[in-house]
Design a protein around this ligand. Sequence first.
Ligand code: CUA
Length: 323
Amino acid sequence: MIRVLPGPQSPLDPAGIQALRIEHVWWLFFGITAVVYVVVVAIMLVAAIRRRNAPEPLRPEEDPERERRLIRIVAAALGVTVVLLLVMLVGDFTARRSLRSLEPGDPLEIQVTGHQWWWEFQYQDPIPSNNVTTATELHLPAGRPVEFVLRSADVIHSFWVPNLAGKKDLFPGRLTRLFVRADRVGAYTGQCAEFCGNQHASMRFQVIVDPPQRFQQWLAAQRAPAAAPVTAEQRRGQEVFLGTTCVMCHTVQGTPARSHVGPDLTHVASRQWIASGFLPNTRAHLAEWVADPQRIRPGVRMPLHPLPPQDLRALLEYLESLR
Ligand code: CUA
């Protein structure tokens, strides 16, 4: 019944240039540590077998030649370890520098706010009335560099889309930045990567990388105010929305609902997932979520809404019209 937003979610399947650089470091570290592991296990096995067949060893002072040989072997192993750690250190620094060299002059700016426990995305525009605010579903234009400006509304979270870039923490009262260029069109999954409370594990979001033209169409559609209710049922639903606790936490552009405690619902019906990637956006799931969010994600700030069935039906009808 309940489905959590699935993958793909892998740093080894890079969909952008930053992720590609990080993948190179991953393979460098994996290669070195795998060889070290195999060599160490092989030496231990050889030593164990030789020890079984060998006579009782002499004490160090009785066999100075053997003692000198052992010291040379330990010194050589120490030297190799230092060299390998240095190679890893240089690999890490080089990757960091090359990530920094990818920071462009004129990126698309997207502000990301981490909330307990959902993600808010705001697309910045030189004309403030063109800013777009959405939640749970992040659209990116393929091939265009994006600068995420990250902040937290409450506790420390961490923004992570393994297919696109490394992790970046979000702090209350302090901005952090992350540059990403997504190159491969597709859908990916992002995840909070810093323990932030009860629903940390289900604090997910969907990343959709669109061809530039489709991205612009999406952005233009998100810029539009909410669809006005057309049918009598939708009008009734809007009255329910504005007359119950919904209005105290959510925004629907073009209506008196302008609170930022919960996700902006102006175009909620255009999203594929609700509840921070916990439920597919279908009528049945929306009904479950509105009626009893605490049963689905215990601890979230959204309260119970024990609405009469006809009010709930009208409310769902209205929410589904917000395309
Ligand atoms: Cu937010 Cu973990």
